[in-house]
Design a protein around this ligand. Structure first.
Ligand code: GAL
Ligand code: ZN
Length: 661
């Protein structure tokens, strides 16, 4: 695994550059990411480029033996540009034009901005494309951070064009969106505005298309820069973008498509504090140790998601090194945490970990954000970990030399996520939470799933999990039918097949397009409030009988058997979970929203029917398998006992052991 660091030479006196470069090298760093946000320094006046400082910075880093990742600075358009073209500024959901003075202050559909972005990317590519130390490019920074959906007049027009490309006629749009409801029928394309300022809640089909349009806007904007860079850079230089894997406003499958690989930015204590409530089930909490060491499941979920975007290795482009500045408590990071994060990243398929940042900033918004070094240049806690990681590099490379085996795919569809987000029907019926329960069930059994698009290559998976295939069409049904005919086992979760891709409920009996595949009809469905549960009896051993949160009553078709029946009113006698054999594979329809323990038992059942060996992973331990080796990582403050077929182990606190089976 390669180690890198984010560096902002323009934040420091040039006298520091050489020393910094050498000290990075001594600490085991070989990649330095620069030029992010530095547009005003590169182009202080329109068309007047000042490369001398960047030339010297690149050369200084190269002389110290570093490889360089250059960033296009487009997350931070300079003041002169905004003054000349104030319509570059985005408009938020409340209809307010945002101001200059921070970052990400641009609309992705603004044509003037497209031209500026193209010009700076081209100019950088021409200048540095042939520099032997430059290995690749990061476009912009974290698209969609803060907000991903602009509602300006330009976006309104672009949305209308996007709709005209998507629908053959306005009549078709009216039909698909069901605009007859509340007299929303359009008779001119120009009447269709963004949904953001309606009096009551807008039409969900309208909203879904706007979300898709906004997401597409980022992919198209990124493409402008990809094309501009690729015109001048050699093919050996990569082009990537650093996503926020936890963010759900952009369809990352689209964004990833034309990148050489994807990178994500990992801030484990920040997610534990600020993001965990979006992903843990409502009655659960992120574990207490996560506040200064992070939660391996939360981080692991985003590793699986990022790896799944291209079903390929990826990078960590920013790795937290100490206290951050954007959560509530901004806790310090424990010694050992960075080491665990770097090992977990490598074990999950990250080819590089680039630490954020070399030195803490003395000015601007991030003064309270740690780096590997403090403001005065002294080393911080993360730095000590970096030295440990450096000393273990051979051991790490040896561990990841065997390929990562992923037999399980969890389907992630952003349109479905958005549809459930805007109308969850039952509070907390959130798509990511549902996926996360099954992800955790896999990890509890020592299995590493890929989180993938339904359009991904499914051929090498033995098990596919579709926790809620809420939006479904014939194409999805066909893909999943093919998967099972070829011997795969599929789990369809509650609420699958409820709607079509326009966010309109199917006319077919449920689960709609997936009914033949499931071999069962969803006859009734009940949302269950907290403290209410139904009971069931299951033939699957150890399946906890109480159903909470959501219950569907199923009628199995001929040839489909019930794995669990409700045993109490109001669904008594009806099935809760069914199983149908399909070609060489089988399909389970799980009509309940399982708690973790239930999901684990279901996963064990699925794995057993495919003879996939499983382990019993104690809580707090994260286990990764490569060939015959297991990396067992303890993120907690106490030792954890772990037994495998090769013996019994005690993994000490915030430490790991490599076990050979
Ligand atoms: C990231 C961002 C960085 C920095 C960091 C602070 O989201 O890409 O530029 O702001 O957060 O944690
Ligand atoms: Zn806009």
């Amino acid at each position: 695994m390669k180690l890198g660091v984010c560096y902002y030479p323009e934040h420091w006196s040039e006298n520091n550059w050489e020393t910094d470069a050498k000290e990075m090298h001594t600490a085991g760093i070989s990649i330095v990411r620069i030029a992010e946000f530095a547009w005003a320094k590169m182009e202080p006046e329109e068309g007047k480029y000042t490369w001398d400082w960047l030339d010297r910075s690149v050369d200084t880093l190269a002389s110290a033996g570093h490889q360089i990742v250059l960033c296009t600075p487009t997350a931070a358009p300079p003041a002169w540009m905004i003054e000349a073209h104030p319509d570059i500024l985005p408009v938020d959901e409340d209809g307010r034009r945002r101001r200059f003075g921070s970052r990400r202050h641009y609309c992705p559909n603004n044509k003037t901005y497209h031209e500026y972005s193209k010009r700076i990317a081209e100019a950088m590519a021409k200048r540095y494309g042939n520099h032997s130390a430059v290995i690749g490019w990061q476009i912009d920074n974290e698209f969609g951070c803060y907000f991903a959906r602009c509602y300006c007049d330009i976006c309104t027009k672009e949305f209308q064009h996007w709709l005209q490309r998507k629908y053959a006629s306005l009549d078709e749009l009216n039909e698909r969106w069901g605009t007859i409801f509340w007299s929303q029928t359009y008779d001119k394309w120009s009447q269709i505005e963004p949904y953001n300022l309606t009096v009551a809640e807008p039409n969900p089909s309208h909203v879904l298309d706007y979300y898709r349009f906004a997401s597409d806007s980022w992919a198209s904007y990124q493409q402008i820069q990809i094309d501009a860079l690729r015109e001048s850079i050699p093919s050996a230089q990569f082009v990537t973008h650093n996503i926020i894997a936890s963010q759900t406003t952009i369809d990352y499958h689209d964004l990833a498509r034309d990148l050489d690989f994807v990178a994500w930015d990992s801030y484990p204590t920040g997610y534990a504090e600020m993001g965990s409530q979006d992903i843990y089930a409502p009655d659960e909490q992120v574990p207490a140790y996560a506040h200064d060491t992070g939660d391996p499941l939360l981080i692991g979920f985003f590793h699986s998601l990022t790896r799944g975007l291209k079903q390929a290795p990826y990078w960590i482009m920013e790795q937290q090194t100490g206290a951050i500045n954007w959560s509530l408590y901004n806790t310090g990071v424990r010694p050992g945490a960075l080491r665990l994060w770097a090992w977990q990243a490598a074990a999950s398929g990250a080819e590089a970990t680039v630490f954020f940042r070399w030195k803490a900033s003395r000015f601007g918004l991030e003064q309270h954000h740690a780096g590997l070094r403090n403001h005065d240049g002294s080393t911080d806690t993360g730095y000590d970990d970096l030295l440990t990681i450096k000393s273990e590099r051979d051991k790490l490379d040896d561990f990841i030399a065997q390929p990562l085996q992923t037999d399980i795919g969890i389907l992630l569809d952003y349109s479905t996520l958005w549809a459930l987000e805007m109308q969850p029907h039952r509070k907390d019926f959130a798509y990511l939470k549902h996926l996360f329960v099954f992800y955790r069930a896999c990890k509890a059994l020592g299995l590493e799933p890929d989180i993938i698009s339904p359009q991904a290559d499914l051929s090498h998976y033995k098990i596919l999990l579709a926790p809620s295939a809420f939006l479904a069409d014939e194409a999805l049904a066909q893909t999943l039918t093919d998967f099972t005919s070829q011997g795969g086992n599929l789990m369809l979760g509650a609420r699958s097949g409820f709607k079509d891709l326009h966010n309109v409920v199917t006319e077919e009996p449920l689960p709609g397009a997936l009914r033949d595949l499931a071999g069962a009809r969803v006859a009734k469905w009940h949302a269950l409030p907290p403290k209410v549960s139904y009971s069931l009896q299951s033939e699957i051993a150890d399946f906890e009988p109480d159903v909470t949160f959501w219950a569907e009553a199923l009628e199995p078709a001929a040839g489909t058997r019930s794995l669990a029946n409700y045993s109490t009113a109001p669904f008594d006698g009806l099935a809760a979970i069914t199983e149908k054999t399909h070609g060489n594979g089988k399909v389970i329809y799980c009509g309940i929203y399982p708690r973790l323990a239930q999901a684990v038992v279901l996963m064990r059942h699925l794995a057993a029917s495919h003879a996939i060996p499983v382990l019993d992973i104690p809580s707090g331990l994260a286990v990764f398998q490569r060939g015959t080796k297991l990396l067992a990582m303890n993120f907690t403050e106490e030792p954890i006992a772990f037994s495998t077929k090769s013996g019994e182990y005690s993994i000490s606190a915030r430490n790991f052991t490599i076990i050979t089976e």
